[in-house]
Design a protein around this ligand. Structure first.
Ligand SMILES: [Zn+2]
Length: 238
């Protein structure tokens, strides 16, 4: 049995709010398995929007991949319960802040993978992290869908980059990066000029006119797009 002091230390390293580490296990050559418990007592019902207590409908234990500790892979074992609302009686899956719905890896694991993909390619990152190329594509798609809903804030230096995806033939994602914050602010599945222009125009004049610098590959049509939509910005070769 793990001691309380050990569990407390692990909890501090783990840095996930609203959870408690209740046990851990190290399996040679596979990784560290941490059993977690959600400490939240109330949640918001996704249907009626009211605050409800956790009325258990069904347990649902899942294993979620997290950032590695050194060379060791880390897996979180958590009960993503099926709950019932005390007001409208609708059943819904427990919301855990650190992982997207129906996914088996934490949000911060996804961030690490995508950052690596930007500096390398999907095949190598998949191999290095023991995830499938398909999983990485799903991560990119999830992120892309989330980013569509928000506009970049205070974007001054924009980078336009690409991620190559092999799927029968070579496909590319266009990645828009806030270079000051080192954060992805847009992901476009097609590399065609029309789609990129539409995507950027959806940010609106307010966002585009604030951009002071655009870093891009000068050989691609990105330069034409930058000149058209952000004429005030200085263009820098990537
Ligand atoms: Zn409800």
């Amino acid at each position: 049995m793990a001691s309380n002091a050990e569990l407390h230390l692990i909890e501090r390293f783990l840095k996930l709010s609203g959870i408690k580490v209740i046990d851990y296990r190290i399996i040679e050559d596979i990784g560290i398995f941490l059993s977690l418990k959600n400490t939240k007592k109330q949640t918001i019902c996704p249907r009626c929007g009211k605050s409800t207590e956790f009325l258990l409908h069904q347990n649902n234990f899942v294993t979620i991949r997290d950032l590695p500790w050194g060379e060791q892979a880390v897996y979180l074992k958590v009960n993503r319960r099926l709950l019932r609302c005390s007001h409208c009686h609708e059943k819904f899956s427990e919301d855990l802040k650190f992982v997207r719905k129906r996914r088996r890896y934490t949000k911060r694991f996804v961030e690490k993978i995508i950052e690596e993909v930007l500096n390398s390619d999907i095949q190598n990152v998949a191999k290095r992290n023991d995830v499938s190329e398909q999983e990485i594509e799903t991560m990119l798609k999830d992120l892309g869908q989330e980013l569509v809903k928000e506009k970049p804030i205070n974007l001054k230096k924009l980078g336009i980059d690409e991620i190559a995806v092999v799927k029968g033939q070579k496909n590319y994602y266009v990645v828009l990066v806030d270079l000051d914050k080192r954060k992805i602010v847009g992901l476009i599945e097609k590399r065609r000029e029309k789609e990129i222009i539409e995507y950027l125009e959806a940010w609106g004049k307010e966002v585009l006119s604030q951009i002071k610098e655009v870093s891009l590959d000068l050989w691609k049509s990105y330069k034409t797009i930058a000149l058209k939509l952000m004429p005030q910005a200085e263009i820098v070769a990537l």
